[in-house]
Design a protein around this ligand. Structure first.
Ligand code: ADP
Ligand code: MG
Length: 223
């Protein structure tokens, strides 16, 4: 427990620190982007380089967006929300992206509604991160399944894919800051998602799917 507390403390310190730094970086970056755009709009050639510079600036910007999220604490915005509705919204949102590669996200639950307390926006971010990873791991034409169940005092969400799965040698590193196996990845999604779920006193777990792929199992207390 002591080790766990130290871990949680260092995570929240990373959060605060990175949010502070992120904020300081974002302002100059915004003006750099504006001036680069202006500069290249007067240049005769170099539009190809222009695109690279702009898209790299945008990449830094989106990393900073995630760092800012990391520093924000959950308890400030606790409210009642409907978990069934929230999951359905995330599924609709990500299906648009999934359909581009013929992937279909299906939602399964017998629950009509399930009211929990927490930050709906943050939790939506978690489901979006997890679904995005599932899409990115899946081959064309695959299915991703979202299941929602409950026990007396706990909601259980399982997001399963039949994608490439997580090799055993990586499993311990997933969720460490900046750990990614993707060429365009940030390696922040799992870390942030885990932090948000832990702030809600829930659990976040990777499991191997059968015959292949990954299951992300999330539990949230019903309070
Ligand atoms: P990113 O998506 O930017 O790489 P994440 O923190 O979201 O960063 O994920 C970290 C790593 O975890 C990914 O690069 C990938 O290797 C692994 N991962 C996460 N979800 C899945 C999944 N559903 N299937 C396979 N690998 C996954
Ligand atoms: Mg990701």
């Amino acid at each position: 427990t002591e080790e766990f507390l130290r871990y949680t403390e260092s995570i929240s310190m990373i959060g605060e620190l990175s949010a502070g730094i992120a904020h300081e970086i974002r302002n100059p970056l915004t003006s750099i982007r504006g001036f680069v755009q202006l500069l290249f709009s007067h240049a005769v050639k170099g539009s190809e380089f222009h695109q690279i510079v702009i898209s790299e600036i945008d990449r830094i910007n989106s990393i900073i967006g995630e760092m800012l999220l990391l520093g924000k604490e959950a308890p400030s915005s606790l409210a009642d929300y409907n978990l069934v509705q929230l999951l359905r919204q995330a599924v609709v949102l990500l299906n648009a992206q999934a359909h581009m590669t013929n992937i279909e996200i299906l939602m399964h639950t017998s629950l009509v509604g399930l009211t929990l307390k927490g930050s709906a926006n943050k939790l939506k971010q978690v489901f979006i991160n997890v679904l995005k990873n599932a899409i990115e791991a899946s081959p064309d034409g695959a299915e991703i399944n979202v299941e929602l169940d409950r026990t007396e005092n706990m909601a259980i969400i399982r997001i399963s894919d039949n994608g490439r799965g997580i090799p055993a040698e990586y499993i311990d590193q997933i969720g460490s800051p900046f750990f990614t196996t993707k060429s365009g990845g940030h390696g922040l999604g799992v870390m942030i998602s885990r932090k948000i779920i832990h702030n809600h006193k829930g659990t976040f777990l990777f499991k191997a799917n059968q015959p292949s792929g990954t299951i992300v199992e999330i539990t949230l207390p019903i309070m």
